[in-house]
Design a protein around this ligand. Structure first.
Ligand code: 13P
Length: 253
């Protein structure tokens, strides 16, 4: 299975900065992207088309939208549709990111609607799941993953092409804190996600990528990416500089 090395730029970078970073990334990785590695960048909406254009002729480079509204079109002021993301060059969309769940207040049910709608609209999806620190401390990790995955995937066709769906395990306590989950925690959570995917999708569940996210850096990525059931990473802060993200993309390859 290819490793998917993904960058979530969140609400950073105006248009020119995003284009410059994308161009620098392409240059740094020119001729170096190993077989079996793919690059995916989620820029802010305003920079999506610009970054997509920089990646257009690059094999194994993709862009995605950080969010969207699960309708084709209509009176949804301020929202953007999956079709509009595709029109701007996106092949992927994120759903269920912890900042949308816990800062914006998206419910498990809405995350599920979004995931199914994006897939039906022709986008591939990275569905994010992960527990808060108090949930981990109270022993609720598996229950949280089970709830978020079952709701998030409720309306996804069971015969989905597994290449179009990935799950990102991002423990909330490790996002933007510098506190990376240790190998034991990542192995345990990813094994749990795999078990649930197999239960939901049967054999197809083996081919759905599970990414790790939360304080991934150039210096810790090689160790993380080598772990069982880690099929890629989803990187925030350390993906904003092209040099740093290029080192992550190549880590341990
Ligand atoms: P950091 O890499 O900044 O911890 O962010 C992780 C994340 O939220 C990626 O979606």
């Amino acid at each position: 299975m290819n490793k998917l090395m993904a960058a979530n730029w969140k609400m950073y970078k105006i248009y020119e900065e995003a284009k410059d970073t994308a161009e620098a990334l392409v240059k740094l990785l020119d001729g170096k992207l190993p077989d079996g590695r793919e690059v995916l960048v989620f820029p802010p909406f305003t920079a999506l088309r610009g970054v997509s254009k920089k990646f257009k002729d690059e094999k194994g480079f993709w862009t995605g939208g950080q969010d969207f509204w699960p309708e084709k079109e209509g009176a949804f002021t301020g929202e953007i549709s999956p079709g509009m993301l595709r029109d701007a060059g996106a092949a992927f969309a994120l759903t269920g990111h912890s900042e949308r769940r816990h800062v914006i207040g998206e419910s498990d049910e809405l995350v599920g609607r979004k995931t199914a709608f994006a897939l039906a609209s022709g986008l591939s999806v990275v569905l994010c799941v992960g527990e808060k620190i108090e949930e981990r401390r109270s022993g609720a990790l598996e229950a949280v993953l089970e709830r978020q995955l079952r709701a998030g995937l409720a309306d996804v066709p069971r015969e989905i092409d597994p290449a179009r769906l990935a799950v990102a395990y991002e423990p909330v306590w490790a996002i933007g804190t510098g506190e990376v989950a240790g190998p034991k925690e990542i192995l345990g959570a990813h094994a749990c996600v795999r078990r649930i995917l197999l239960d939901i999708f049967e054999n197809i569940g083996n081919d759905i990528k599970i990414l790790y996210g939360g304080s991934v850096k150039p210096d810790n990525c090689a160790e993380i990416i080598a772990l069982d059931n880690v099929d890629g990473v989803l990187v925030g802060g350390a993906s904003l500089a092209a040099e740093s993200f290029a080192r992550i993309v190549l880590a341990g390859a």
